[in-house]
Design a protein around this ligand. Structure first.
Ligand SMILES: [Fe+2]
Length: 115
């Protein structure tokens, strides 16, 4: 693994414990209406990530394809999950990138249909 790699689940059906703690889970409706707000929830992860001063999730970034929608920052006092209200103009891939202060950047993505 190169230093600048962004990590994801190598086999999404059989995640390692490290992957289960870091790969962001993105919850969205399968279909949404064009221009109408809907909720996107991102949490880390399948197994709760540690929340302590020496080890915590620092932020999550959300993208529509490669367009930056927003960022939520966390401190060691915050559970690393967030719900954002988003509107989209066309179908795209929603991507979440998170940063763990010890384990680096992780990503996940889901396709969303905009009608
Ligand atoms: Fe971590």
């Amino acid at each position: 693994m190169a230093f600048y790699d962004i990590k994801s689940a190598s086999n999404p059906q059989e995640k390692t414990t490290l992957e289960q703690k870091h790969v962001p889970l993105i919850s969205v409706p399968a279909k949404v209406k064009q221009g109408e707000f809907f909720e996107v929830t991102v949490k880390m992860g399948e197994i709760d990530h540690p929340v302590e001063p020496g080890h915590f999730i620092q932020y999550v970034d959300l993208y529509a394809n490669y367009y930056h929608l927003g960022r939520v920052g966390f401190t060691p006092e915050m559970k690393p999950e967030a719900t954002l209200r988003v509107k989209l103009e066309e179908s795209c891939t929603l991507r979440a990138y998170i940063l763990c202060n010890l384990h680096g950047q992780w990503e996940n993505a889901v396709d969303i249909i905009v009608e």
